[in-house]
Ligand binder design. Structure first.
Ligand code: SAH
Length: 410
């Protein structure tokens, strides 16, 4: 899912000159189509009731106002924020700095339960956990926690379901249930920190290496299209980055926002001066194929998405990532590696790196990951053209926790 691990690339045998071209189609699953027969894109969250408001929905100043409205002194905002963002607790019994009288009511008002743990799956070696959460209205979402040497990454969801309808992604097949609130997004991280404090990912390293004791990296690569839920995702980014007691005080560069390529929202994000890491899910350098793989490409073409990614780099100085799921005989042809390199180099040098990932098969999809030798050839061609390229590892496959496998089934 996340985590980059360099692979040793050995020279590949030359690929056969005329390779098969498989076209995207979904077998078994019913594709969601609009009245014009094209894949349906859902940008707007359906009108459904919203989760209760929670301390993490607000800035510190707004929390103070809210507390005053509830008849409490404003300074309680800081105390409650410390409990939540630094101690990861919402248990009134642990808040001995608050007066006993009225404490329960106050805590209930500021910390309504948002995520109920339904299931927790751990890989055999214990370094990856997938959480299945039930939201207040029964909607199900997942997050995936992964330990690496020196860091811990959480893959978070930003929507229940997704409206972008990418045929190779399990989440895309069910459509969009609703946007998640800022606090629902944030609470995934706080819950993960709580689990880490309870030693859910096992003991610390014994080789003397440093081990992170809380989530150090966040990737918006769980369920949903984060830029289709812009305002709430922006709120969550602030809670992640802003210092205690405003938020968790994480480093912006360790937070990755990944998108199918909603160009106006990418431009808006670039202008926020929040130096988060930006990732574009490209998966094809040519419009003909990308129109089918990433249906939103019918609105914003490959070149427009790449221009927006380049603009993100220019505005923030942050090198951007291009995600590319290698799918056998569909998008893994050598000429596509060359075309991708050409399009990236046309815009400049040193502004981008490519993260290929072998496709994780999803139920109903007829495709599989590329052959090893073909992936190697694809990576070699990009590198030969001067594009830094690192294969991503696919953590959590055995627990259906890898990229594109999050379907939130019970
Ligand atoms: N909507 C956002 C973030 C969610 S998906 C986006 O599309 O970027 C996170 C990443 O997983 C994306 O790059 C997505 O294209 C990729 N992905 C989806 N399904 C996959 C699959 N079956 N195998 C490998 N990667 C997949």
């Amino acid at each position: 899912m996340l985590g980059m691990s360099d692979v040793t690339v050995t020279p590949a045998a030359p690929a056969p000159s005329s390779r098969l071209q498989v076209r995207p189609e979904v077998e078994g699953a019913q594709p969601i189509v609009a009245s014009d027969g094209r894949p349906l894109l859902q940008f707007k969250s359906p009108r459904v009731s919203q989760p209760p408001v929670h301390l993490a929905d607000f800035t510190l100043a707004e929390r103070q106002d809210r507390l005053k409205e509830l008849g409490h002194p404003g300074f309680r905002a800081k105390q409650l924020s410390m409990h939540y963002f630094s101690r990861y607790t919402t248990d009134p019994a642990a808040m001995s700095d608050l007066p006993k009288a009225g404490r329960e009511e106050l805590v209930r008002a500021m910390f309504p339960p948002l995520l109920t743990e339904v299931k927790r799956l751990t890989t055999d070696n214990g370094d990856t956990i997938k959480f299945l959460w039930r939201l207040f209205d029964g909607a199900l979402v997942e997050s995936v926690l992964m330990r690496y040497p020196g860091r811990v990454t959480l893959c978070v969801s930003s929507q229940a379901g997704c409206g972008m309808n990418c045929p190779f992604c399990a989440t895309g097949q069910a459509g969009l249930t609703r946007n998640m609130s800022t606090a629902e997004i944030v609470d995934q991280v706080v819950a993960a920190n709580r689990a880490l404090a309870e030693d859910a990912l096992g003991g610390l390293r014994t080789d003397g290496g440093h081990d992170a004791d809380r989530v150090t990296n966040i990737v918006f690569m769980g369920m949903g299209e984060p830029l289709a839920n812009y305002k709430r995702v922006m709120g969550a980014l602030h809670r992640f980055i802003d210092d205690s007691p405003e938020g968790l005080g994480m480093s912006a560069r360790n937070i990755t926002v990944s998108t199918v390529g909603l160009v106006p929202a990418i431009d808006k994000l670039a202008a926020e001066s929040l130096p988060v890491t930006f990732a574009l899910s490209l998966h094809a350098p040519d419009d003909e194929l990308r129109d089918e793989l990433i249906p939103v490409n019918t609105r914003w073409k490959v070149d427009e998405a790449l221009d927006a990614a380049y603009n993100y780099y220019r505005t923030t100085g942050r090198r951007v990532s291009i995600e590319y799921a290698l799918i056998k005989d569909m998008n893994d042809h050598a000429w596509r590696a060359d075309l991708l390199a050409k399009k990236l180099n046309q815009r400049g040098r040193g502004w981008v790196h490519v993260n290929p990932i072998p496709l994780n098969p999803t139920p109903g999809s007829i495709w599989t990951a590329s052959e090893k030798s073909v992936s190697t050839e694809f990576i070699n061609r990009l590198r030969a053209a001067g594009i830094p390229t690192t294969m991503r590892d696919t953590r959590g496959k055995e627990i259906d926790g890898a990229c594109g496998q999050l379907a939130a089934g019970e």
